[in-house]
Design a binder for this molecule. Sequence first.
Ligand code: FAD
Length: 513
Amino acid sequence: MNAINPPTPIIPETAPFNPAQRAWLNGFLAGLYGGAGAGQSSAAPPPPPAEDFPWHDPTLEMDERLSLAEGKPIARRLMAAMAQLDCGQCGYLCQTYAEALAEGRETSTSLCVPGAKPTARMLKQLLANAPAPAAPAAAPVLATAPRREVRVASAARLTGTGSAKDVRHVVIDLAASGLVYEAGDSISVAAPNDPALVGATLTALRAKGEEPIICPDGATRPLREALASQFDIARPLDRTLDLLAMTATYPPHAEALRRLTDGDDGAEPDGADLLDLLTAFPSARPPLADLIRSLPALKPRLYSIASSPRATPGEVHLCVGVVRDERRGRIRNGIASSFLADRAAAGGPIAASIQASHFRLPADPTTPIIMCGPGTGIAPFRAFLQERAATGQRGRAWLLFGEQHRASDFLFEPEFAAWLKTGTLTRLDTAFSRDQREKIYVQDRMRENGADIWRWLQDGGYFYVCGDASRMARDVDATLRRIAMTEGNLDEAQARDFVSALARQGRYQRDVY
Ligand SMILES: Cc1cc2nc3c(=O)[nH]c(=O)nc-3n(C[C@H](O)[C@H](O)[C@H](O)COP(=O)(O)OP(=O)(O)OC[C@H]3O[C@@H](n4cnc5c(N)ncnc54)[C@H](O)[C@@H]3O)c2cc1C
């Protein structure tokens, strides 16, 4: 017998709600009953209910995530301790990394790069109180997509004189790679370590660089090449610290290394790379092959694509914030961002793959879109607007952009100004935090324009946010809920449900990192 889906209920006009509440409830019910699919018949049995991961939200604090996972199996509680970005830097997704730890297939608790120390500490604590894993050890499943060779064509600076930031417009030539993408996708880029850092590390190891080393992919390479392209020398794992502690011949070195492994507050050198450790602990010199084997594999980095294939065929454009800071008198360059900015365009091909995303323009081109993309979060919105311009789509589009200073940090300003003129962009609100005494951020602009945001959403609009997960995306989320309360007369629980329903309907999309 064919199952008939129930029709989506509609709140009657006579029900005791104001128009905004009625619109919200109708949207909520449409999301709940599956909208477009309602009313269609199907012979297939209903799919098993999908497991819900309410903690899989990078805008939640660690304690909120853990309390949502309370009472769940250890793998789920471990997952809740992670940064929830599925960024692949650990070699897994958040769920598969947690499962590998729970089953004993993975032993390193410090692989979650964005979660950093707090995640590593919590993973250790949860595992210490968990029953011993019963499953046999097997090879971990890495989150990798097929990689192809591409070339970096240019990396022009987008930020102007006087900016505190170095943001680059990176153009990647897909050439004959066969890679294809859609506006909203990300690209995963394999970047090598800085040869100067590799050289200094070899010197500290008193190695020539020609020593044969077995690499994570099973191939044997000379040490210099292995350190350049195969191993992460910026973030040693606990197992490297353990190895150094075990082989340190000077007891205070062993003691300091153990404090680092335990994640003790104040343990030095903080945020050490391999060179820092070799410099700080000269008595710790394990056999070279053991030391190198203890290092993690060098992982690719993800970047939101800032172009549409219809506007820039054969190319991927990126908006890359170069990570640089100084620690212990040495400039620390982010591995991939500094490579893309400083060395890639002059170098040979690099390996890349496309990560397909959920981040998509609405299927109906007339649907209004609100895009909130401060800083490098602007990237996918340049792609969306290029896409709408190239295909002649005329839906309303509103961009909220923020940075420090208008004069030096307004990324892609001429392009957005041109789209405002042609109507591809209907509205542009900016927040330059340091151009006046009080700091102004995109979420302040949202608050000021809450009535309009609410109206666009009531018109069926989509809300997108891209960029910093730790502060901005969380504040934007809270502001969206506040707008639902002030403009939609909803109470706190209803406002939370409203935002959740928007997300379930695919009308609230986040690409945050
Ligand atoms: C889906 C997604 C989309 C993204 N899109 C963009 C984008 O459009 N634009 C963009 O600029 N970025 C984007 N990112 C971020 C990007 O992937 C990289 O994380 C970023 O460029 C930094 O990488 P890196 O290799 O340059 O720096 P890394 O070498 O990874 O260093 C990053 C940070 O870690 C610190 N660090 C390094 N080693 C240590 C250590 N031993 N101990 C403590 N701290 C350490 C560094 O000081 C630095 O602050 C995105 C991320 C994701 C997940």
